[in-house]
Ligand binder design. Sequence first.
Ligand SMILES: C[C@](O)(CO)[C@H](O)COP(=O)(O)OP(=O)(O)OC[C@H]1O[C@@H](n2ccc(N)nc2=O)[C@H](O)[C@@H]1O
Ligand SMILES: Nc1ncnc2c1ncn2[C@@H]1O[C@H](COP(=O)(O)OP(=O)(O)OP(=O)(O)O)[C@@H](O)[C@H]1O
Length: 299
Amino acid sequence: MDHPALNTAPLLGTVLQAGKPTQLLGCPAPAKLNLFLHVVGRRPDGYHLLQTAFRLLDWGDTIDLRLRTDGVIRRTNAIAGVAEEQDLVVRAARLLQQRTATTLGADITLHKQLPMGGGLGGGSSDAATTLIALNRLWQTGQSRAQLQTIGLELGADVPVFVFGEDAFAEGVGEQLQALTLPSAWYVILSPGVSIPTAEIFSSKDLTRNTPLIKMADFAASTTHNDLQTVACNRYPEVQEAIDWLSNFAPARMTGSGACVFAEARSEEQADRITKSCPPRWKAWKARSLARHPLYEWLQ
Ligand SMILES: C[C@](O)(CO)[C@H](O)COP(=O)(O)OP(=O)(O)OC[C@H]1O[C@@H](n2ccc(N)nc2=O)[C@H](O)[C@@H]1O
Ligand SMILES: Nc1ncnc2c1ncn2[C@@H]1O[C@H](COP(=O)(O)OP(=O)(O)OP(=O)(O)O)[C@@H](O)[C@H]1O
């Protein structure tokens, strides 16, 4: 498929008398990959302690936000499989409204591109972009750290998108250290199944005792994704996709699946691999993103 370049220049829209934007259109919500994912323990509340490396991609959803002065928050378009009240963009907006006690609201339009239940963090990234962009639209003055804390209430994957850089993560994924990685092209393959994250984490077959590694040691050869074995046993399509992609480059699953990925040697190789993908699956190429496109919107 063509490289789906992520719009990195949201439109500020018309300006109020006070110089404040009334709409932010095309706000990017990039996908992530988990380059590796080790489950190293479990908290008393059932959440798992992880070590993982997050890589941001220049491919994702986009969100339009239009200011409302009546405090109402609503999603303006239908998204198959996600009811408005459950949508992380609506929940993120309501949480920020509540925490900052703003009287403002928003109409939110979500342009969904990322497969759901794909391990690409789509819903989490949508939530993070909503927090960052509404913080600007509503002028609610939250810092990056404050938005990361609010984001964690919505999901373990939300903070890294607010953090806005490739990161080595620990805890449940919220303890983040910036990671400097060389730029790279990836092929991402969706085997056409949607995998609920909770199902994989709650499996009795999941190993939860991978020894801790140091951030400096996370080279692909010494790491793996603990969730992959469980996902492949339950969803054979994931293993098939890994086997196929492994013909070209080392391949593994991202997050709790279902998508799998491999680093390509070049954009040309990524093109060749995506073009030869069997028709029963979808494949995309994507480039690493050094920083979240909205990084500068937070200090
Ligand atoms: C698999 C990853 O995508 C890796 O980045 C994340 O750990 C998942 O993050 P997420 O989708 O934002 O997950 P959440 O919405 O917070 O949690 C979904 C479910 O996954 C399980 N969960 C999630 C994260 C974690 N560290 N331990 C868990 O056990 C919990 O059962 C939770 O009910
Ligand atoms: N804006 C949203 N986009 C996608 N899914 C959403 C959204 N809001 C709520 N959801 C719910 O979250 C579920 C997981 O979707 P998502 O695409 O984020 O999974 P994922 O890529 O596996 O995420 P992660 O890598 O964070 O586990 C969906 O099946 C859907 O029910």
